[in-house]
Design a protein around this ligand. Structure first.
Ligand code: F6P
Length: 342
């Protein structure tokens, strides 16, 4: 019986467990044995695995996070780690590996394919910024959480006649900010793709207040930057993929708005609330479709491919295409959000 491995890497998100379950269930039908590699690429470096049979995945469909654990380990950072990955792939007796992750995890997967390993990819990230797929799973849940939070912030902002700045996730792309902003009726939406002109933001808010409104909601993606200032960072330390830890832009904007308009302004950082909890039905279905298709790719020996959603069809695309460039916000969509500014 051929053995396949599965790992989940990078930031966790709702929908990972439905993928794991689908891979195991479909593999069972195809006659593969499945092992889970713990904590992303770290598990391959350290030969840390767990058996994944039907009972191991029973009941995990509605659970957030990942039963395999995750990490931001980059095996290409150290030569000895990469050597161990290749050795352990053999030691584990893997015929093929399903790598579930975002740009970093799938970037590693793409390189390993070039190095001769049988790997297929499944696209995950709440940021929805992977190319070649219309949606990544996890995004819909994060979007719904953020929208609900904006609804809640509305009622309190209105009662207290305040401005509330809601900082949402989105490192390089503002998909959550734009879509939650549209769905939640935000008065201003700020995204990494468009540098922030704070005078313009204050102008929009003042105009809104001049027509009788006494509160406003500003949604900002954590990766957004001021036009005329350096990026606000939580700390300078880089992770093993070279990413800084973001955070603080909401606070900085709130301070500027209060200073420039005189309106009381508060900030609410949604943070990891957006990544936690049970996946929406959309993410459960998408994760399940991706998991089943990933096993089909292995059966058809289509290594180096990633499953993707295009229109309403699950297709496969080269991993290299998916990680080539980030999928940033569609400016037509941002223009729609702007219709409701102020
Ligand atoms: O990549 C998804 C994401 O949630 C980003 O939006 C965010 O910048 C990052 O992960 C946060 O990562 P961590 O949980 O490791 O701080």
């Amino acid at each position: 019986m051929e053995r396949i491995g599965i790992l989940t890497g990078g930031g966790d998100c709702p929908g990972l467990n439905p993928v794991i379950r689908a891979v195991v269930r479909k593999s069972f039908l195809e006659g593969y044995e499945v092992i889970g590699i713990k904590n992303g690429w770290k598990g391959l470096v350290e030969n840390d695995t767990m058996p994944l049979d039907l009972s191991a995945v029973s009941g995990i469909l509605p659970k957030g996070g990942t039963i395999l654990g995750t990490s931001r380990t980059n095996p290409y950072k150290k030569e000895e780690d990469l050597k161990k990955v290749k050795e352990n792939f053999k030691k584990m007796g893997l015929y093929a590996l399903v790598a579930v992750g975002g740009e970093d995890t799938l970037g590693v997967a793409s390189k390993l394919v070039k190095d001769g390993l049988n790997v297929v990819g499944v696209p995950k990230t709440i940021d929805n910024d992977l190319s070649a797929t219309d949606y990544t799973f996890g995004f819909d849940t994060a979007l719904n959480v953020a929208t609900e939070c904006i609804d809640r912030l509305h009622t309190t902002a209105e009662s207290h006649h305040r401005i509330i700045v809601a900082e949402v996730m989105g490192r390089h792309a503002g998909w959550i900010a734009v879509e939650a902003g549209i769905a939640g009726g935000a008065d201003v939406v700020l995204i990494p793709e468009v540098p922030i002109d704070i005078e313009e933001v204050c102008g929009i808010i003042k105009k809104r207040h001049s027509r009788g409104k006494t509160f406003s909601i500003v949604v900002v993606a954590e990766g957004a930057q001021f036009k005329d200032k350096d990026l606000i960072l939580h700390e300078q330390k880089l992770d093993s993929f070279g990413h800084v830890r973001l955070g603080g832009i909401g606070e900085a904007i709130a301070n500027e708005i209060e200073k420039r308009t005189g309106y009381e302004t508060r900030v609410s950082v949604l943070g990891h609330i957006q990544r936690g909890g049970s996946p929406t039905a959309f993410d459960r279905v998408l994760g399940t479709r991706f998991g089943v298709k990933a096993v089909e790719l292995i059966t058809r020996k289509k290594f180096g491919q990633m499953v993707a959603l295009q229109g309403n069809k699950i297709v496969d695309v080269p991993l290299s295409d998916a990680v080539k460039a980030l999928k940033t916000v569609d400016m037509d969509l941002y223009e729609i959000a702007k219709v409701f500014f102020g």
